[in-house]
Design a protein around this ligand. Structure first.
Ligand SMILES: [Zn+2]
Length: 734
């Protein structure tokens, strides 16, 4: 008995403790639930009854403001260069310009209880919520408007909850008409259209005020799934929805009667892609007279940069950026030099100095970027021939192409000078070497090198491949070469997996390539003491009254990419491309001005480059075909010709100017036999540029009587040296 009773007691105790645990847990959950609910309701109350969360008036004001680009003329006076959006083609329309049947179509289809609810249709919301928790169904017009204006679309409870609070708040501050107007102006309707006005133009070629009932139902039916119900893509699918859902709902809700319904169903809609579509007169006239405005490439480039900056620096979506740029009343102060841009457009649009390709279906293309030495892009053009659209392909900023030899100064010569690996007159073997089982590389002339030793200057002026390949592979190292290219010269299109290899770095056979924009910015380093400036196309961007400054490039300090001496030496080396008798760019020197330059040609002659600069400007020019095709039927380098044509016109009348020079850069005579500084008994000398921190030793091996020395830079003297065959033990590489 005793034992039994103690057992029972134990059992009882156990039961009690079990109960206690369960009760405690329950209490915990209930309490937590109460606290959470408390917080949720407190948040909801504070948002809903609080200050305006979204200001539709502000939004509307932002929709109709024209953005203007200003530029400075030659006297430095400001003038209006381009309106990005005028009142004529604004997209925002007030409710009284939107036909009643279009408004009704949306209400009947999307939110039948819109006139009655307070922002959230709780009955419909709960019904849909039970069926399919986070679907977009059950959202009122007010909720959809919130979603469109905040651009928050993640399918989370928190987002949905916030949307509900904002919708309730919105309804407290604005009436139904204001909400409907904003909604009809912001919703996405496929084909890149936001708002009913552009949608009516795109689908029917009509103004929104002119559309009939069937067309109204057609537009409203797109909303649910803009791709599926796009009538230009799938007219049947749209027709099904507009008849069975939209018009049926309008009939049911009493917006239309049976007769109107039947008429609308029987109506055959003519779309802009229908066979019997006739564009209206105004559109036709515009096409005929060319009044529909085509921007310059500079404007295209500005708009591209605005997109990049607003999206990256202001965390905007593409849609928000679009609205800001076109309708946000921006003031953009362009960095263009209108005179230079005009010269470039004259040459490019009219294909002046381009090889004659009349009668050919596919014509060669070209791109050019011209900058000054502060990062200011003064002119840009991304197409040859008549410009027919806005923001089409801009080859200058968007089409990286294989740079060929024009990469060598960036990836090989400048890094090697900067690292103290070589000087102007260091001798290298012009000879292919064993790489991956074969002798590599070939020179442009097709040979694998003469086996002679040549100076760095000579190799660069003649654009030999053998020498930079040896420098990059044996001396500099591929990693370092790639680092300079991407981190000092800021080439963003190099590929870390494919391009850390001898062929891309030493001969420019890159995976993707480089744009003329980045190329000109990189070469600018050589003409301004080694400082890299990020290219910019506007000084400043503000809102309409100037009270907010979005972007400011007026102080563009730049970073020291290489030392002043390295830049000077590179600049002098590159000048021998246009001055030395063996240089590849002698025909394209700018008249009256020192001209640094480098040519570039890729394998099979797909791409031709010319990058060059005077003390005023630096320009990069690419020439080739969009789809790789051999450049044929041309004499010389077509890019060099374009460079010379444009730069000679640009420089006509400019005062003399020389490149800057560091006090640590010095001109010295060197021995053409040894590449060392000239000694008393060196029979043949030339001059080159050196850093006083990295001077070669003085030559002591020449025993001959001192000959008459020459001051000519590069070229012929090395050729004589080569002919004499002074080879062998002087080669500094392994
Ligand atoms: Zn000597």
């Amino acid at each position: 008995m005793k034992g039994n009773s103690s057992k029972a007691k134990k059992k009882n105790n156990l039961n009690i403790s079990k109960k206690t645990v369960i009760i405690s847990v329950l209490a915990f959950f209930v309490l937590t639930g109460i606290i959470v609910c408390g917080y949720v309701f407190a948040y909801m109350y504070s948002v809903v009854s609080g200050d305006m969360v979204i200001d539709l008036n502000d939004y509307k004001a932002n929709q109709s403001q024209t953005s203007i680009i200003y530029a400075y003329d030659e006297k430095g006076e400001i003038y209006e260069m381009q309106r990005l959006h005028g009142t004529e083609n604004r997209i925002y329309v007030s409710l009284d310009e939107i036909p009643k049947h279009l408004q009704d179509a949306f209400i009947a289809l999307e939110d039948a209880r819109f006139p009655k609810h307070h922002g959230v249709d709780w009955i419909r919301f709960i019904a849909v919520f039970i069926k399919d928790q986070l679907s977009t169904g059950g959202s009122t017009i007010t909720q959809q408007l919130v979603k469109n204006l905040t651009d928050e679309r993640d399918p989370t409870f928190v987002r949905k909850f916030k949307e509900i609070c904002y919708a309730l708040n919105l309804e407290r501050h604005f009436d139904k008409d204001e909400i409907l107007e904003a909604y009809l102006n912001t919703l996405y309707l496929g084909e890149g259209c936001y708002g009913v006005k552009t949608a009516c133009e795109v689908y029917f070629g009509k103004d929104v005020s002119q559309i009939n009932l069937a067309e109204a139902a057609c537009i409203a039916s797109i909303t649910k799934a803009p791709y599926t119900f796009d009538p230009l893509i799938d007219p049947e699918e749209n027709e099904k929805r507009r008849e069975e859902k939209c018009l049926a709902a309008m009939l049911e809700e009493g917006y239309i009667d049976q007769a109107l319904y039947d008429e609308a169903v029987a109506h055959e809609i003519i779309f802009t892609n229908s066979e019997n579509y006739v564009p209206d007169k105004k559109t036709e006239e515009e096409k005929a007279t060319g009044t529909s405005e085509i921007w310059s490439f500079y404007t295209d480039y500005i708009v591209d940069c605005l997109y990049d900056q607003f999206i990256n620096e202001y965390d905007m979506t593409e849609r928000q950026a679009t609205q800001k740029i076109y309708y946000g009343g921006l003031k953009v102060y362009a960095a263009v030099d209108p005179e230079i841009q005009k010269i470039v457009e004259d040459v490019y649009y009219n294909r002046k100095t381009f090889p004659n390709e009349s009668g050919k279906d596919v014509k060669a293309q070209s791109a050019i970027t011209i900058m000054d030495y502060s990062g200011r892009v003064v002119a840009i053009c991304g197409e040859a021939g008549e410009k027919t659209r806005n923001r089409g392909l801009n080859r200058a900023s968007d089409s990286p192409r294989q740079p060929g030899s024009s990469i060598k100064p960036l990836s090989v010569y400048a890094p090697a000078v900067e690292e103290g690996i070589l000087t102007w007159s260091t001798l290298y073997l012009d000879k292919a070497f064993a790489y991956q089982g074969k002798q590599w590389p070939k020179n442009y002339t097709g040979d694998k090198g003469t086996g002679a030793s040549v100076t760095v200057q000579n190799a660069l002026a003649r654009s030999l491949n053998t020498v930079p390949a040896r420098i990059a592979y044996y001396d500099l190292g591929l990693k370092k070469s790639y680092q300079y290219l991407t981190e000092r010269f800021m080439i963003s299109t190099a590929h870390p997996q494919h391009d850390v290899a001898p062929a891309p770095l030493a001969t420019g056979a890159m995976n993707v390539g480089i744009t003329t924009l980045e190329m000109s910015a990189a070469y600018a380093v050589f003409g301004n003491g080694g400082v890299y400036h990020k290219p910019f196309c506007y000084y400043k961007v503000t809102n309409s009254d100037g009270s907010t400054v979005y972007f400011d490039n007026s102080v563009n300090n730049g970073v020291q990419a290489v030392s002043g001496e390295t830049a000077d030496i590179m600049c002098e080396l590159l000048q021998t491309v246009t001055t030395s008798s063996v240089g590849t760019g002698t025909r394209y020197k700018v008249k009256g001005f020192p001209t640094m330059a480098k040519t570039g040609t890729t394998s099979d002659d797909f791409d031709r480059w010319f990058v060059g600069g005077t003390p005023y400007y630096v320009a990069a020019v690419w020439y080739g075909y969009d789809l790789n095709k051999t450049v044929s039927n041309v004499s010389g380098n077509p890019s060099g010709k374009l460079f010379a044509e444009i730069m000679n016109r640009v420089h006509s009348g400019l005062p003399d100017k020389s490149f800057p020079k560091s006090s640590l850069t010095t001109e010295k005579k060197y021995c053409t036999r040894t590449g060392l500084l000239a000694g008393d008994k060196c029979p043949s000398t030339a001059t080159g540029w050196y850093s006083i921190k990295n001077l070669p030793k003085t030559c002591t091996s020449c025993k001959g009587a001192p000959h008459e020395s020459s001051t000519e830079k590069g070229g012929i003297l090395e050729d004589i040296t080569n002919a004499l065959g002074s080879l062998g033990n002087l080669i500094p590489i392994g």
